[in-house]
Design a protein around this ligand. Structure first.
Ligand code: GRF
Length: 193
């Protein structure tokens, strides 16, 4: 990936909808000397997202846009991102689907983390489906975002073994712990670091 605005680090916005544990791990990573990115904005589609507290805590700008009128919200979003010289977007538990038009504007510069070994189990309720199918392994994937859900080019994956007494909760916890390591690694990878 090539830097374009002349800042030292690639100015990144993280989009969230919930707890924001991946946001927290990305913020921590961005403070590392080796990090090619800085986190300069947090976007949420709901004011209820607990992860917004991390923006507060780390003094990062934030904005809530409810996406009820997607077209209008994306217009506002593009304005905010441009004004803040945002070059890259990391989706981290963001529960809204971005339009083709929006994705086009950030082509090749939007990443997502998904709690399954894509291309298996795109969409929601991954852990439930994995357990129902009695799979032996699951995991997480960081990929580029294109206009088809969870279908962009895969950057990195991490596999985890499913134990005999695995529950949805234990699996979610196990995978989330791996997500926190995988997202930073994937970012290093796309910058050839
Ligand atoms: C993660 O499992 C992520 O893969 C999925 O949503 C969850 C978000 O968790 N898309 P958090 O908000 O980062 O804690």
């Amino acid at each position: 990936m090539v830097l374009s605005t002349g800042y030292n680090r690639v100015r990144t916005a993280v989009f969230i909808s919930g707890k924001g544990s991946n946001l927290k791990s990305l913020i921590k990573f961005s403070k590392n000397k080796k990090s090619p990115i800085s986190i300069n904005f947090v976007i949420s589609n709901t004011s209820k997202a607990k992860g917004l507290n991390y923006a507060e805590l780390f003094k990062i700008k934030k904005k809530v846009l409810n996406f009820k009128n997607k077209k209008l919200c994306e217009k506002k979003l593009l304005f905010i991102l441009k004004k803040n010289n945002i070059e890259m977007i990391c989706l981290a538990g963001f529960m809204k689907i971005l339009s083709k038009n929006f994705i086009e504007k950030f082509k090749g510069r939007i990443l997502n983390i998904h709690p399954s070994l894509l291309p298996k189990y795109k969409g929601l309720n991954t852990h439930k489906r994995v357990l129902k199918n009695k799979d032996k392994y699951s995991g997480c994937t960081v990929h580029f975002v294109n206009s088809r859900l969870d279908s962009g080019k895969i950057i990195l994956q991490k596999k985890v073994k499913i134990s005999k007494k695995e529950t949805m909760n234990s699996l979610a916890k196990k995978i989330l712990a791996q997500e926190h390591k995988l997202y930073p690694k994937a970012i290093l990878k796309i910058f050839n670091l």
